[in-house]
Write a protein that binds this ligand. Structure first.
Ligand code: ZN
Length: 308
């Protein structure tokens, strides 16, 4: 059986999987990495990735290619990392070629959120659709666009920075990790839910606990989640006005709060789209959970697509 190695590179760990061409994960591991340090060098990054891959590949002889989802911007389908917002030392690195030379296999590398969109399109809730917007609701908010069955990267790989859409232009709006104020991510990401709850209640807890609190009737928790859902709906409406795409999929840890987020999201989405689009947009929760990115990286490794 032909298989590929898929990797999802995060700030604190690298997830690796052997994936079949049907999108079945045959074997998976998670190995610690310390990419949360902003001063990591290209050399250190490459050696950490290469050794994690070599350890996992070991004697697996039926792996034909490697696909990697990475938190950064890539020039089209070249595997060249143009920049990474959280790892500012890394610029203009041909990650694909460098890893391919070391590992002796074809390597494709793409933005992690776009990989999640590719995974959702190929193996998840977006199967059979020509156009989807996929949103990842986690510590941050990412998104990827599949347009006419192809992943859309934009000029320098920076398309669909959905989490940084401005949903509050007020001078006193919340500050985002990107340095701007009023970004969606500063209101509707898991980390934003945590900070807002801490500010209101004085208690620090994880987003999933805050969701549980809201289910148990905690007013502050519920208000924050309802506001997040409303902002998400409003932001999706703006994207739909530009793209006229009818199908939106959402994955990521915070999507667990779906029963609270989805109704309010749909209400605000339908209130803001242009009249002919009201009631025409479907927003569904991913069934791939946190595997969308891995499966998208695998899909790219199986079939290196012509990116736009
Ligand atoms: Zn931002």
């Amino acid at each position: 059986m032909t298989t590929v190695l898929a990797a999802d590179v995060g700030g604190t760990n690298i997830r690796l999987a052997i994936v079949s061409d049907k999108g079945v994960i045959l074997e998976a591991v998670s190995t610690p990495a310390h990419f949360s340090k902003r001063d990591i060098s290209a050399k250190k990054l490459l050696s950490t990735l290469a050794s994690a891959f070599l350890d996992f590949l070991d004697d697996k002889t039926n792996v034909t290619a490697i696909g990697i989802g990475f938190p950064g911007f890539f020039l089209g389908n070249s595997g060249v990392l143009s920049s990474s917002p959280n790892l500012p030392m890394l610029k203009e690195i041909d990650l694909g070629k460098a890893l391919s030379n070391t590992l002796g296999l074809p390597v494709v590398v793409q933005n992690d959120a776009l990989c999640a969109a590719i995974g959702e399109h190929r193996f998840g809730a977006g199967m059979g659709r020509s156009n989807i917007i996929h949103i990842t609701l986690g510590t941050g908010i990412g998104a990827g666009l599949i347009l006419n069955n192809l992943p859309y990267t934009g000029e320098d790989g920076m398309a669909m920075e959905f989490g940084h859409l401005c949903i509050n232009p007020d001078d006193h709006a919340r500050v985002c990790g990107c340095g701007n104020t009023g970004c969606l991510e500063a209101y509707a990401s898991a980390s934003a839910i945590v900070s807002q709850f801490e500010e209101k209640s004085g208690t620090q807890m994880e987003a999933k606990e805050i969701y549980q609190y809201s289910l148990n009737g905690n007013k502050q928790a519920k208000e924050i989640l309802l506001a997040a859902g409303a902002y998400l709906g409003a932001a999706i409406a703006e994207v739909v006005k530009i793209l006229d795409i009818r199908y939106v999929t959402i994955s990521g840890g915070l999507s667990a709060a779906w029963p609270i987020l989805h109704p309010v999201l749909m209400k605000h989405l339908n209130a803001r789209v242009i009249p002919p689009l009201k009631g025409k947009i479907t927003v569904v929760r991913s069934q791939l959970d946190d595997k969308a990115g891995l499966l998208g990286a695998a899909a790219l490794a199986f079939d290196i697509k012509q990116l736009r």
